[in-house]
Ligand binder design. Structure first.
Ligand code: B12
Length: 214
């Protein structure tokens, strides 16, 4: 039986090679070997997706290949999400609304954060992608959410995070406001009046733990 490190390396390579069977095979082997879903996401799948993103940025890959990578990622995340959804509603630590902002359909990173938060026993209301600030506010009030997380993957849609803060203020919506996505940063979040930023799903869980304890 290969060790955890080489299994996750094989999974990363299979995703980079756009090999669905390879990803699902190593995923099954990793779960049978007792490797936790969080580790599989952060040390296997996310690293493979990083390479895909870099190769796309460098012009080595094109949209159809990136789409295929994201479909493989979706299938893997679906299996892992089932593994991570534990406990009943009595055990939820807090409620968090998660979505990708208006004009932006990128949702792989948001889905990773959703899975990580659910794995850490948060109740997550996932409202999908291309979500208007008004729909974010509605989902927050309908669920009495403690926090909202809004993802933006494009410089052109970053401004929608600011609009969300403004709309929440307008409706006196007091949930904690968390932001992320590749073009987002700590400075940006401070400048728009957000409560927290993190660069990955694992750190988002730590951020929420810390902010909700206050
Ligand atoms: C995959 C991808 C796609 C897929 C999306 C599939 C899907 N279901 O998401 C497809 C092919 C559909 C696509 C389409 C487009 N894309 Co695209 N895409 C990417 C790519 C290659 C990877 C993004 C990704 O999934 N990364 C992997 C995940 C795991 O990482 P992540 O998203 O950063 O998420 C992590 C953190 O950011 C953080 N995080 C994320 N969200 C949140 C939220 C909170 C609250 C917190 C705390 C943390 C957090 O945690 C996550 C997990 O660790 C990037 C390139 C890149 N280098 O990022 C381009 C990229 C984002 N796309 C880009 C563009 C332009 C487009 C298109 C307009 C088409 C085009 N001409 O290329 C369309 C967009 C249409 C639209 N309206 O949205 C540009 C954006 C440029 C810009 N203006 O900033 C990029 C940067 C590529 C480039 N260099 O040109 N894309």
């Amino acid at each position: 039986m290969p060790d955890a490190e080489s299994l996750l390396e094989d999974m990363k390579r299979a995703l980079e090679a756009l090999d669905l069977d390879g990803v699902l095979g190593t995923l099954e082997a990793a779960l049978s070997a007792g490797i936790g879903p969080e580790k599989i996401i952060s040390d296997g799948l996310s690293k493979g997706m990083d390479t895909i993103g870099r190769r796309f940025d460098d012009g080595e890959l094109f949209l159809p290949q990136v789409l295929l990578a994201s479909k493989i990622m979706d299938e893997a995340m679906e299996i892992l999400s089932k593994e991570m959804n534990t406990g009943t509603s009595d055990h939820y630590r807090a409620i968090i609304v998660m979505g990708t902002v208006s004009g932006d359909i990128h949702d792989i990173g948001k889905n990773v954060c959703v899975a990580m938060l659910r794995g850490a026993r948060y109740k997550v209301i996932d409202i999908g992608n291309d979500v208007s600030p008004e729909d974010f506010v509605k989902a927050i009030s309908d669920s009495s959410a403690d926090a909202v997380g809004a993802s933006s993957l494009m410089t052109t849609t970053l401004v929608a995070q600011k609009k969300l803060v403004e709309t929440m203020e307008e409706f006196d919506c007091r949930a904690l406001k968390l932001f992320g996505g590749a073009p987002c940063s700590e400075e940006w979040v401070k400048s728009i009046g957000g409560d927290g930023y993190s660069s990955n799903g694992h750190d988002m869980v730590l951020l929420v733990d810390r902010l909700l304890k206050k």
